[in-house]
Design a protein around this ligand. Sequence first.
Ligand SMILES: [Mn+2]
Length: 265
Amino acid sequence: MANYVVGDLQGCFTPLKQLLQEVAFNPARDHLYLVGDIVARGPDSLGCLDFVFRHQDCTTITLGNHDLHLICNVMLGNAPNPKDKLDDLYKHSKLPEYLRYLSSQPLCVYLEKYRTFISHAGIHPEWQIEQALSLGQWAQQKYMGNEASQFLPAMYGKESRLVLDKDEQSRFNTIVNVFTRMRFLTSQWHLDFDNKGTLDDAGELRPWFTHPRFQTDQNRYIFGHWAALQGITHVPNVTALDTGCVWGGPMTLLDLDKNEQISSN
Ligand SMILES: [Mn+2]
């Protein structure tokens, strides 16, 4: 039994198929972890979502910002943004089933066997793994249940501080922002929502994974979301898997047992 983690799909289905073929992925035996952003911008979001739906017994997704946005947008009856290239998905008869499945997926997971934490954007340096998992589960209860129509439409916003104890919506937004939108943090370790650049573009800001905590942390952290990093963090136990497939780069797959990465053409 092998365990694989693959970076952001964003509607790029062909490279995913290529990678899985290359490692001879066996749905009956292996498990696939996807770091989120299954859909949007790429050519075949429908293909990607249909694939994960059909392979749900051997797949776990840690949801990304595009995944939550899709769930919310459909819930509100909004038309898709043309640049997301989701028209065929929105018209598909199985869309409600796909979204019910997507909503059942977590924001983060921890794999004891590999001492590895996976989420779409990362983990806040002030959150230990146990706390992060419990916050992720709390938010998941909100977006997978009856309260989704209350919490999801109000999730957009740019509160840079971590607000966990004020009210439920602020708590939800903080958790969603950390796990699905975070890149740079301020000198106070507050969230920045505007800079999507490279490590050289940081200025006064710093990537979340440059916090000293990660220098001595015995766990491994795997995330996607930040294509501009091109897979480079300079922190040995922090692995960036979004290598910008949708922007013309490769898609990256990590074999957790061999600790080997392979990239699509
Ligand atoms: Mn993302």
